[in-house]
Design a protein around this ligand. Structure first.
Ligand SMILES: C[S@@+](CC[C@H](N)C(=O)[O-])C[C@H]1O[C@@H](n2cnc3c(N)ncnc32)[C@H](O)[C@@H]1O
Length: 326
């Protein structure tokens, strides 16, 4: 029996189905599904759509594609359908039960990379020299990614700096931690330093071998409000921060992060666009100094940075906040 669909016919049919079901990213999603099923690049797909529109597609591949389209019509996130998400140029395995890393979180990673690079270059040495906080500039920078999910933040930082950092991923959900472990296995060779994975409650754990120099976190912070249907497929414990403004989790996490950090260490957190002032206040009440907010690519306040510093030293002496511009 001959194959049922020609390439161009199936492509147009899928576009029509998603557009007709109000999936705004219909063209992108159809092309991503085709590329995944055919194992080709986006450019290869474009060339085939231009030059080989009459190519017949096997029934098996057509069924695979239509099954993915059917799931997308039900608003399942594309990343769950394809079981992968791109983040900082790496492909992370994800599936139901683990939060999908978002592009805006790449700004948090870039802030962290800018801070670590300056620390490694010795830019912070002058600040430490004026105190009793000594730093071995050859020792790896100890980084904790709290609420690590798939490991996107911490793994990206470890990939960027190799053995100059030692990252620990802390995650409470067993399923999410399995994905973090899998991503560590997939994205590092045996000869590379991999992040350590730790199944712990980020709000209470304190059994760590070394105090962190830098803590990073994209915690649950979503305030109670109507969310796009795609979000109903993601774990609720990854999303909602609790309380009227969604700040309950962050209000508990910030003082705990402060207690974990070694003196001179820094914390960078992601938050909702309406929480900037509230999160900066929480940082200051917890004892952080040099508290600064940062915006995402859409000019929305989304990140806060602060340093754990001697209370009797002037703020002017603290290591500089990361310099970063989009
Ligand atoms: C918004 S997701 C972020 C995941 C990942 N950092 C990222 O940016 O893709 C929040 C994560 O926090 C985890 N989480 C929630 N409560 C936690 C807790 N008390 N301790 C550790 N992890 C927690 C969730 O399971 C989820 O993986």
């Amino acid at each position: 029996m001959g194959a049922k669909y020609y390439l161009s016919f199936l492509y147009e049919k899928c576009i029509k189905i998603l557009r007709g079901n109000s999936i705004q990213s219909y063209r992108h999603d159809v092309e991503a599904i085709f590329c995944d099923v055919f194992g080709c690049s986006w450019s290869e797909l474009q060339i085939a759509l231009m030059n080989n529109r009459g190519a017949r597609i096997t029934d098996e591949k057509s069924e695979q594609i239509l099954a993915c389209i059917d799931r997308r019509v039900q608003h399942q996130p594309l990343q769950y359908i394809l079981q992968k998400a791109e983040f900082m140029g790496h492909t992370f395995r994800v599936d139901g039960g683990v939060f999908i890393p978002r592009p805006e979180t790449e700004t948090l990673v870039r802030l962290a990379c800018s801070y670590i690079a300056e620390r490694i270059k010795g830019v912070h040495n002058a600040a430490y020299a004026s105190t009793d906080m000594h730093r071995d500039t050859n020792a790896p920078v100890v980084v904790y990614d709290l609420c690590a999910g798939s490991g996107a933040i911490g793994i990206s930082v470890q990939k960027e700096f190799g053995n100059k950092v030692q990252v620990t991923l802390v995650e409470k959900s067993g399923i999410a931690l399995e994905f973090a472990n899998l991503n560590c296995l997939n994205l590092f060779s045996d000869s590379e330093i991999r992040p350590k994975c730790s199944k712990d409650d980020a709000l209470t754990f304190n059994n760590f071998p070394e105090r962190p120099d830098l803590i990073l976190s994209n915690p649950p912070y979503v305030p109670p409000r109507n969310l796009p249907p795609e979000l109903s497929f993601e774990p609720k414990s990854a999303l909602y921060g609790g309380g009227k403004r969604g700040l309950h989790f962050i209000a508990n996490l910030v003082p705990h992060a402060f207690s974990l950090l070694q003196l001179g260490g820094a914390f960078i957190i992601e938050h909702d666009e309406k929480q900037g002032d509230g999160v900066q206040e929480i940082f200051e009440s917890a004892g952080f100094t040099g508290v600064v907010g940062y915006k995402d690519l859409n000019d929305r306040s989304r990140f806060v940075f602060g340093v754990k510093w001697h209370t009797d030293l002037p703020n002017s002496s603290i290591p500089p906040a990361p310099t970063f511009s989009h």
